[in-house]
Design a protein around this ligand. Structure first.
Ligand code: 2PG
Ligand code: MG
Length: 386
């Protein structure tokens, strides 16, 4: 395939913040892609855009001469291509470019390019209720996301379950407000009350429908951590403010895993605490997001059994694939994830199928989230037809 021209422009993301879109003109056709951005970003993530602002990155891409009539044969060429980019332009420039390049190379079907006969599709991890850094002005929840994880034979069934539960839980919470990721943002309930409400609706629904749905949370605990303490503002009705030192935070998480049958807990400890995970209950997925930032070197010194995969945390699709392959080899569960500020780009859905990633973390509601779910539904249909 030959790249004929590179163009970049600004589009608006789901938070109405500017994002970069890259448009590639190639011998395989014209393909476009964009990269998302986070609000609860990890301290060790690479920066998304240049210090001088997103416009500098757009100009940089529009003036890139290197790729005029440049030949790309396969994914191995991406290693060399990444070296052409000035790292000070930020991770989103490279990721938007590489997403568009991979789409061009694969003629729009990235999943088929890597995995022509998928045996299994990912399952969705759906954000149903939340708060924390994903809501301005804030509500009272300290827990950033409560997550639904249906275990079903098809993606279609899983999406239906998450939609049903989203509706039922919304009704019960009597709230109209939503977080950046489209999750319900109740105003006046505490962290523990939210657990009780969600679990009671899940239980009722699962029994009636005969389905298997697991519960998870993203605690994004670096956001709660200050001066060696995890501080909760609205823990329970009787104990609003609670402070936990490391040892007590570990005991709390182990208690929650047991009490609420949590199958998944993301960033239960702050982003520099590698050793604390040794004392957590590994019967749940202990998921590193801000702790790992999609960096294989951080993963290798951690004790997590699952990891969030966000290509723009590391700013390299080559390194993203490396960490996914490493996880699959070492029985660590990779979970590809959206960001809180999203675009309509659905490359992560394609990558989930392409690289045999077992879970995709995504919202349930909102057009940017639905775009990712619909992409996998389309792939599921196409596989069935084959
Ligand atoms: C997270 C993500 C996505 P953000 O913390 O896992 O849910 O949030 O994109 O704001 O980092
Ligand atoms: Mg997270």
């Amino acid at each position: 395939m030959i790249i004929k021209g590179v163009k970049a422009r600004i589009i608006m993301d789901s938070r109405k913040n500017p994002a970069i879109e890259v448009i590639l003109n190639t011998s395989n056709g014209i393909y476009r892609a964009s990269a998302p951005s986070g609000a609860s970003t990890g301290k060790f993530e690479i920066r998304a855009y240049p210090k001088a602002g997103i416009n500098v990155a757009v100009d940089y891409l529009n003036n890139l001469k290197k790729f005029k009539n440049y030949h790309v044969n396969d994914f191995n060429d991406f290693r060399k291509i990444e070296k052409f980019f000035n790292p000070s332009m930020g991770g989103n420039v490279i990721i938007a470019f590489e997403f568009a390049l991979l789409k061009s190379l694969a003629k729009g079907k990235i999943w088929k390019f890597f995995n022509p006969r998928p045996k299994q599709l990912p399952l969705p991890v759906g954000n149903v209720v939340g708060g924390g850094a994903h809501l301005i002005p804030k509500n009272k929840l300290d827990i950033q996301e409560y997550l639904l994880i249906p275990h079903t034979a098809t993606f279609k069934e899983a999406v239906k379950i998450n939609n049903d539960l989203y509706r039922l839980i919304g009704k019960k919470l009597k709230t109209k407000r939503k977080t950046d990721e489209g999750a319900w943002a109740p105003e006046n309930i505490s962290d523990l009350e939210a657990f009780d409400i969600i679990i009671s609706v899940m239980k009722d629904y699962s029994e009636k429908q005969g389905v298997d749905v697991h519960l998870g949370i993203d605690l994004a605990s670096s956001q709660l951590y200050n001066k060696r303490r995890y501080s909760y503002d609205n823990f329970s009705p009787s104990q609003k403010k609670k402070d936990f030192i490391k040892k007590d935070q570990i005991a709390l998480i182990n208690d929650w895993i047991n009490r609420y049958h949590l199958a998944y807990i993301e960033d239960p400890l702050e982003e520099q605490d590698f050793s604390g995970y040794k004392n957590l209950d590994h019967s749940a997925l202990l998921v590193g997001d801000d702790l790992i930032v999609t960096d294989i070197r951080r993963l290798k010194k951690s004790f997590v059994n699952a990891v969030i995969i966000k290509p723009n945390q590391i700013g390299s699709l080559v390194k993203t694939k490396e960490i996914v392959d490493y996880c699959l080899k070492k029985n660590i569960v990779p979970i590809i994830s959206h960001r809180s500020g999203e675009t309509l780009d659905a490359t992560i859905s394609q990558l989930a199928v392409a690289w045999k990633i077992p879970f995709i973390k995504c919202g349930i509601n909102g057009k940017e989230r639905e775009a990712k779910l619909k992409e996998i539904l389309r792939i599921e249909k196409e596989i069935k037809r084959d």
